[in-house]
Design a protein. Sequence first.
Length: 281
Amino acid sequence: MQRLQVTAERLDYPVIAGRGAWREIRGLRPDRYSSVFILTEGPIWSHWGGLFRRESGFERAQVIRVPGGERSKSLAQAERVAAQLLRYGADRRSLLVLFGGGVIGDLGGFVASTYMRGIDCVQVPTTVLAQVDSSVGSKTDVNVGAMKNLMGTFYPPRMVLADPIVLGSLPARAFRSGLYEVAKHAILAGPRLFDLFERQLRGLSPRKSRALSRLLVPAVKVKVDVVNRDEHETGLRQTLNLGHTFGHALEEATRYRRFSHGAAFDPRRSGQDRCPSAAAR
């Protein structure tokens, strides 16, 4: 397990990556919060919710579920989540835990940044793409119409907890989608990380959490280092958009139905992800 530190304008926060990362949330002391809520999707919570509750200590946290997929990144869904928080009694001293992939992180971060003008949140990414990229950097956003990420905020979480054990239940397509984001970071980092990525690529699988950690930790460090030097994407951070222009265009043109987030050409899967699509944040 490795601890990285993001230095943000509003709040410095740790990024803890590796097996056992979920237990680190206990350092927040649950008693400091009036209530704890977990925003998630049904399938991932059904598979890992019990383990997360035991390791985090949040046995009594109220769970709020949203449908999976890019369509949940909307103002309408943000309003529904906020309404549920209000109905369950969330106040300014509540904590919102974002347990899911990039959609949950983006949507939940947006809700946390705006609910009662801001409540604490913790990112618990459950996909490769979210663990190495979207959970780090304080960006929150929702889509409006066909425009991806049109509305959003910069709102840092209290911490990011990336445990590779949760990747064990990822479908093959989602796993590959995230690896393309790792490849992008490896290209940006230079020969050492790219060579490591090439050597380990064939042996990687969702269930090999130890092997994944050796690759995911240096990949997320690339994101942390860039964010620390350019939090608000005014210069250097734009390098993280490598390939995103075409990736976003393909996603929007196909209504987020044909291409997975981060998908690229795979000749073995006819009819799915057949066109090159860059990893999209």
